[in-house]
Design a protein. Structure first.
Length: 468
């Protein structure tokens, strides 16, 4: 514990949903739900307007739609979220060299290490300046907690939500924590919280009254001792600047269980390609290939294979994932597939043990995020042969109907940038607006309209509206 509140915790407010509201003027002040839109989709985050209806993260999207039928349900745009996160993290690193990111929208900062704060008033000034800088650079709000420890700083930022700042003066920790729920403390999840509730312990003050010995008896020594210290507001963990990545992985949940073994193999190869793209983007290679299969009955199987050296070769990862799949029974159906790489390194080893003589180029089709759209380069031999047979018979395969996911960015030759509000029955509805503009007009097009194309997201700040 420090004698001054010089540890800062920043938590961006409803980050994904706030980014969507900032980039889509017609959604400002409206209920926005970001997550998977399929029958098995899950909510990633919800705006505060949607939370009033009971919508929260990790909730099934179908349930969220029932609770908030007028909410805008959008796909996540992680490339944009990462760009905004990079801006925020750069502002944090201007305050101190000791910045510990926890996620895209959350981080600890050691203000004392940066020489910007040594007491309460200077820490508060640094926190207010940070909030103003984030607003100017991104148009978004963040909540700031300041305290003498990481745990208390995180508690403070949660209490400050939304768009606030709370400073916990050293010496006031126990008084502040006492009436709070035990679930406020890190590591107290639903199971532990329910176990404590049955024992009559519902607040942090109750934990202190119970005492360390009783907590050790109830939840075990390691957890009980830590729980008692946290209830007293004691936390000596330092801010750690670098966190080494331990793994890179991708996974997809399918709207309908997959039964066709050829289709399953195709999806595994597509996921392997996407995983390697992320692996290369992070500047890593890896030794252990991991396959994850969740079957129709929700049972989850994980298989892994460790190579002789680290690789970022897509052919090697595909082959290893395919070998792992051969050992998994998928006859009942598969609802989720995932491919990951662990044992990361920042170098690659010449692959002398690959089964293929020449690596295939990394497919572009995996980036679509849609199931069942892998290109011919990743199709099994049987599927490629079937397509070739159709062409030989003089019946070219019809072009697949373009898919327009709600919330995705588009640009029209005439009307400029916009975003997809919805699509179906051969039509796509687009609202033409952009960050900084007034709410835009809505127009409907055929899904195959040649003048409408997918587009990259526009920056939230710094690029004014264009006049068409």
């Amino acid at each position: 514990m420090r004698a001054a509140p010089t540890i800062l915790h920043l938590d961006m407010d409803a980050f994904y949903a706030s980014v969507e509201q900032a980039s889509k003027p017609s959604l400002r002040g409206k209920a926005v739900i970001v997550g998977g839109l399929g029958p098995r989709g899950v909510v990633a985050t919800a705006s505060y307007e949607a939370r009033r209806f009971g919508v929260h993260s990790a909730m099934p999207m179908a349930q969220a739609r029932r609770l908030c039928p007028n909410g805008a349900c959008l796909i996540p745009r992680f490339s944009l979220y990462r760009e905004v996160s990079d801006i925020v993290m750069a502002l944090l690193r201007e305050l101190s060299p000791l910045v510990e990111p926890l996620s895209l929208d959350e981080a600890f900062v050691d203000l004392e290490a940066g020489g910007v704060a040594f007491d309460g008033p200077s820490a508060r000034a640094a926190g207010e300046r940070l909030r103003a800088d984030i607003r100017a650079a991104t148009g978004l709000s963040g909540s700031v907690g300041l305290a003498g420890s990481k745990m208390l700083a995180k508690v403070a930022s949660e209490e400050a939500k939304p768009a606030g700042l709370l400073l916990i003066e050293p010496g006031t920790e126990r008084e502040l924590l006492a009436p709070m729920s035990v679930r406020t403390l890190p590591g107290v999840g639903p199971a532990t919280g329910e176990h404590l509730r049955r024992a009559g312990i519902t607040t942090v003050g109750d934990l202190v009254e119970a005492g360390e010995d009783e907590l050790v008896r109830m939840v075990g020594r390691a957890h009980g001792v830590g729980l008692y210290r946290m209830a007293l507001g004691l936390d000596d963990r330092p801010v750690v600047a670098e966190r080494d990545a331990k793994s890179v992985s991708v996974e997809d949940t399918f709207d309908v269980d997959l039964h066709d073994r050829v289709r399953i193999r195709t999806e595994v190869q597509r996921l392997a390609d996407r995983c390697v793209q992320r692996l290369r983007a992070s500047g890593h290679s890896g030794r252990t290939i991991v396959l994850k299969v969740r079957r129709y009955d929700f049972s989850t199987l994980t298989r892994s294979e460790t190579l002789r050296g680290p690789t970022d070769d897509p052919a090697v990862v595909r082959e290893a994932a395919a070998r792992l799949l051969e050992g998994v029974d998928t006859t009942g159906g598969v609802r989720l597939l995932g491919v990951g790489v662990t044992g990361l390194a920042d170098y690659t080893q010449e692959d002398l043990f690959a089964q293929s003589l020449a690596a295939e180029p990394l497919g572009e089709s995996g980036e679509s995020g849609e199931t069942g759209e892998a290109g011919a380069a990743t199709e099994p031999d049987g599927a490629v042969g079937a397509l070739e047979g159709v062409e030989a018979a003089g019946e070219p395969e019809p072009a697949p109907e373009r898919r327009w996911a709600a919330g995705s960015d588009v640009r029209h030759v005439v009307y400029g940038p916009g975003w997809v509000q919805g699509s179906g029955v051969g039509r796509v509805t687009v609202r033409f607006e952009q960050p900084g503009s007034e709410p835009g007009r809505v127009r409907t097009f055929r899904v195959d309209d040649s003048e409408l194309e997918p587009s990259d997201p526009l920056p939230l700040v710094g690029e004014g509206p264009t006049v068409e």
